[in-house]
Design a protein. Structure first.
Length: 421
């Protein structure tokens, strides 16, 4: 745990909140698929002297003076990102995943242009066209779905028909609650047929791509990848836009990020990204990425054995989406009861969910964070068994107390590591 010496001396209220969160993370298991633990090196960079510096513009073309070292650290982040993902260009200034997607839309579309993306209820993301979001008020979003929620197969015949009819400027592949690997070549084939740009939103699986555990959309011919830099990539909370090889496209995206949508970049965040990308280039990270998948399969096996329906029929990546109807508990109640025993995950809608989004039928969980702690398949299978036991016996305090003790034992056996290299 960190000391927070100056905060403790100066601001007891904030100090108490910080210590409370450190204790929560140390004594519980984080199964939310989009959360992870950064190394102390990333912590140091993210809380560094780069907090102090305004750096509008890009390396070599800043609007303020005193940029020798900000230029250096941003170039390091860019170079490492390009090496990780096998592309020519990287914008590392996006503040998070949603602003990264908005920047791509702003750079490449005119108001009213069409984007074809995955339906939110079938695993897509809010920024892929949900009516409540700002992009949906500017651009025309149309969607595709899974052909069969029990296998996860995308209906590419329907996708092609929609593309031929709607003539989208962008075809978007990516998700926030989809557990299968996407066949990127099929998206590229349809995009070429209708003259669309291909964008892969890889926020959830960027680390698994960087770690060579999952396929890289650039290898299939995708034009752009947007991503967060936390989640499986284990960096600071932030975003990034990667362009395979089109210099003009990259120039438009840079202009959309700054000055189009953002002011000065958060240089402390970029320093943290640079450190995290360096960690992801290590051979140890490839071992980590592959273990994330093995651990998810171990949890999958337990849920299927116990008769719990998994959307997509299982998982090819880091996450699982379980339909709890057979356990006679809602996603909201499951989230709450598991939180009581020290297991954190999130309620989540399933495909064509008969329940509402605030109290849906499913839960979403995954293995990135517990794999960072050192869990293997045996431990992950045990966690899955404990989850199902609690959900089946949710009103039994004795069961919950015993499981809580088992979770504490696992946390003590596998503490959050300080170093990732």
């Amino acid at each position: 745990m960190q000391e927070y010496k100056y905060i403790k001396d100066q601001d007891q209220d904030v100090y108490d909140a910080l210590i409370g969160e450190e204790n929560r993370e140390a004594t519980g298991l984080e199964l939310i698929p989009s959360e992870n633990y950064v190394s102390r090196a990333v912590f140091e960079a993210n809380g560094s002297v780069f907090q102090n510096k305004y750096s509008e513009g890009y390396p070599g073309k800043r609007y303020y003076g005193g940029q020798d070292f900000t230029d250096a650290v941003e170039r390091i982040a860019q170079d490492r990102a390009c090496e990780l993902f096998g592309c020519k260009f990287a914008n590392v200034q996006s503040l998070s995943g949603a602003p990264a997607n908005l920047a791509v839309y702003s750079a490449l579309l005119k108001p009213g242009d069409t984007v074809l993306g995955m339906d939110l209820s079938h695993g897509g993301h809010l920024t892929h066209g949900h009516p409540a979001t700002h992009p949906a008020k500017i651009y025309n979003f149309v969607t595709y779905k899974m052909k069969d929620p029990d296998t996860g197969e995308i209906d590419f015949d329907e996708l092609r028909e929609v593309a031929l009819k709607e003539k989208p400027k962008i075809i978007l592949a990516g998700f926030s609650a989809y557990s299968r690997e996407l066949p990127y070549e099929k998206f590229v084939e349809i995009a070429k047929e209708v003259g669309a740009i291909t964008v892969a939103d890889m926020a959830h699986i960027a680390g698994l791509i960087a770690g060579k555990a999952l396929a890289n959309p650039f290898d299939a011919g995708f034009d752009i990848i947007t991503t967060t830099t936390h989640k499986t990539l284990r960096g600071p909370r932030g975003g990034m836009i990667l362009v395979r090889d089109d210099a003009d496209m990259y120039k438009k995206i840079n202009s959309a990020v700054f000055p189009g949508l953002q002011g000065g970049p958060h240089m402390h965040q970029i320093a943290g990204k640079a450190v995290a990308f360096g960690e992801a280039l290590s051979p140890k990270f490839e071992v980590y990425a592959k273990q994330v998948l093995l651990n998810a399969k171990a949890m999958e096996a337990v849920f299927l054995r116990e008769g719990v329906r998994l959307m997509g029929g299982g998982t090819d990546n880091h996450l699982l989406l379980a339909d709890l109807t057979a356990l006679d508990i809602s996603g909201k109640d499951a989230q709450n009861v598991l939180d009581e025993v020290g297991i954190t995950l999130n309620k989540n809608s399933i495909a064509d969910d008969p329940r509402g989004p605030m109290d849906p039928s499913g839960i979403r969980f995954g293995t990135p964070a517990i794999t960072t702690r050192g869990f293997g398949e045996e431990e992950c299978a045990k966690v899955a068994e404990l989850m199902i036991e609690v959900l089946r016996d949710k009103d039994n305090q004795e069961t919950k107390d015993r499981v809580r003790e088992e979770i504490l034992g696992l946390c003590n056996q596998f503490p959050i590591p300080d170093s990732h290299v």
